[in-house]
Design a binder for this molecule. Structure first.
Ligand SMILES: Cc1cc2nc3c(=O)[nH]c(=O)nc-3n(C[C@H](O)[C@H](O)[C@H](O)COP(=O)(O)OP(=O)(O)OC[C@H]3O[C@@H](n4cnc5c(N)ncnc54)[C@H](O)[C@@H]3O)c2cc1C
Length: 207
């Protein structure tokens, strides 16, 4: 009951007695990754399995977020790039009222917005990755980049579904899968709201 300063990180062997999977979740997307709830009941953890010191667990978890939030942000790049390619290919071939879809100005504006979002995502990811490589304090960057890339990638993929019309809603289209997958980004590793709160707490002291 001593709060964050009593927590410890440790490694467990999932084959050991006392460890159990309670439920493997059926998710909306990200089906290639398994997400489960687990329980530990009288599970013996030897001293050697302690990671760091007792009391350092929370700090270590928070430090891990600096890496993992930037890594997750980086993973939006591939999805956004592919969504844009799919939109270009689709709109270049889709006839609408005597023209191809991408000859319509609204399609061009939509593709431009997607491309600008891609550029923004990549710049923020590379900036954060450059700083973490140099051992700089990236708590602000990790939160800000996670927030921006999650929200922007979601907007791009959502717009890609719309641009594809009915085809974007069908399982044949990779866009349909991206739409289900990307919905997790503003949630896991801390919701977008949490990233905004962390961003606020890190930039306000600079004033
Ligand atoms: C696909 C997927 C995979 C996951 N994998 C893992 C994993 O491997 N390991 C792991 O530990 N977890 C994992 N999670 C859990 C994930 O990290 C949490 O779901 C996420 O951090 C949000 O926490 P929560 O679900 O408890 O939501 P809550 O914290 O209960 O949030 C619910 C709502 O309340 C809002 N909220 C939260 N705090 C405040 C506040 N202070 N003021 C106002 N509103 C607030 C949130 O923004 C959200 O809208 C996974 C989740 C998903 C969807």
């Amino acid at each position: 009951m001593g709060g964050n300063k009593t927590l410890a990180a440790f490694i467990i062997n999932t084959a050991d007695k006392g460890f159990g999977i309670i439920k493997t979740e059926e998710k909306m997307g990200l089906h290639a990754s398994c997400t489960s709830n687990f329980a530990m009941d009288d599970l013996f953890v030897p001293d050697n399995n302690l990671v760091g010191d007792v009391g350092q667990g929370f700090k270590m978890a928070m430090r891990t977020f600096n890496n993992s939030r930037i890594m997750l942000s980086a993973s939006t790049i591939g999805m956004v790039r592919r969504a844009i390619v799919e939109c270009i290919t689709f709109s270049a071939n889709r006839p609408v009222f005597g023209q191809r879809l991408w000859e319509k100005q609204n399609t061009q504006l939509e593709l431009a917005k997607m491309e600008i979002a891609r550029h923004m995502i990549e710049c923020m990811v590379y900036d954060a990755a450059w700083k973490i490589d140099r051992g700089l304090d990236v708590r602000y960057e990790a939160a800000a980049v996670k927030y921006t890339t999650s929200e922007e990638a979601f907007k791009v993929v959502n717009a890609a579904v719309q641009l594809h019309g009915g085809a974007g809603y069908m399982k044949d289209s990779p866009i349909e899968m991206f739409f289900r997958d990307i919905r997790a980004w503003p949630i896991f590793e801390g919701t977008s709201l949490v990233q905004q709160l962390v961003t606020f707490s890190k930039f306000i002291p600079r004033f």
